[in-house]
Design a protein around this ligand. Sequence first.
Ligand SMILES: [Zn+2]
Ligand SMILES: [Zn+2]
Length: 372
Amino acid sequence: MTKPKLIWLNVSFFLITFLIAIIAVPYRAFTHGFDSAEISFAVICFIYCGMSITAGYHRLWSHKTYQAHWSLRLIFALGGAFALQNSILHWCSDHRIHHKHVDNNGVDPYSAKMGFWYSHIGWMLREYQASRYTDYTNVRDIQKDPIVAWQHKYYFQLMILMNVGIPLAFGLWHGNILNSLLLVGFLRLVLSHHTTFFINSLAHTWGKQTYTDKNTARDNGFLAFLTFGEGYHNFHHIFENDYRNGIRWWQFDPTKWLIKSCEYIKLTSQLRVSPEDRIAKTKLAMVLKRSQQKLKSHPDAEKLLERLQYEYDTLVHKINEYYAVRKQVFALKKQQLVEDVENSEPMKQYQVLKQRLADQQRSWQLFTANIA
Ligand SMILES: [Zn+2]
Ligand SMILES: [Zn+2]
């Protein structure tokens, strides 16, 4: 099969910016050097680009995991043009197809099953899906956002303004235009590009399948560090409506922290989270599946599988009981139906069930750890 036509504009653009970043920038660093203001400003711009994509393009517009004030949407729209990853509309259209048809070669725009290179950057270098290039039927909802429509219409101008205007303005103000163009212009852009591209390539090949093995998405804490929290991609592909990707407080997800912090100053609202019991049960079902596979070849398989199933069923039952009464306690607290919630009957029950769940969790962990 002949490959689709190369898109020479993209090929030369990615190549030239990459070569400048890996050759001209180090050369300049050795021969002339960069000062701390230049480095700091490049880092700030890198973070601005990255977070505009993760918090804006991805979690706000693609998945609608929260609502944002127009001023924040404007900041993200400009940051997205700065990151040079196409308009919000186009990016979200691709991304929604990616979720709906993940790993389906020929439909998923950056299917990981096409290989690492293809999912990282190859998909943008040839006219692979030219027929649907301007089909925005799956993003009609966000087209209603005037900022999205405006950014799409003036994308080219905004992209130039941000990528040439900002490095040039900083260089003029700071006194070294070439340094600023190299660092804030080229290096920042190339780093921003490839760290985002890692989400489609590395986050679909390297890491744990904590919640599902039905698609290639992986959870990877190291990658989360490079991608402003998007490394918990296995979780994200199953709970795509959750504004968080790293759900534990200690999991590195600055995008989640940004969205949450903005809630306190009323810039974001209606943050969506997946029910905790559903997350716990999804994760559990995955451990069950893995343990079953491991036990199959065990000489005592039948007996052990039976015990495994028993432990699993008991745990699921205890999770259901615990979350049901927890919901009651929360409702009591919220509606202030009982004066003394702490000493109420549901609260006592809640404490008991909490302990029982913890005991069963220990029993389950001990049993499944022995299988592994
Ligand atoms: Zn997504
Ligand atoms: Zn993905």
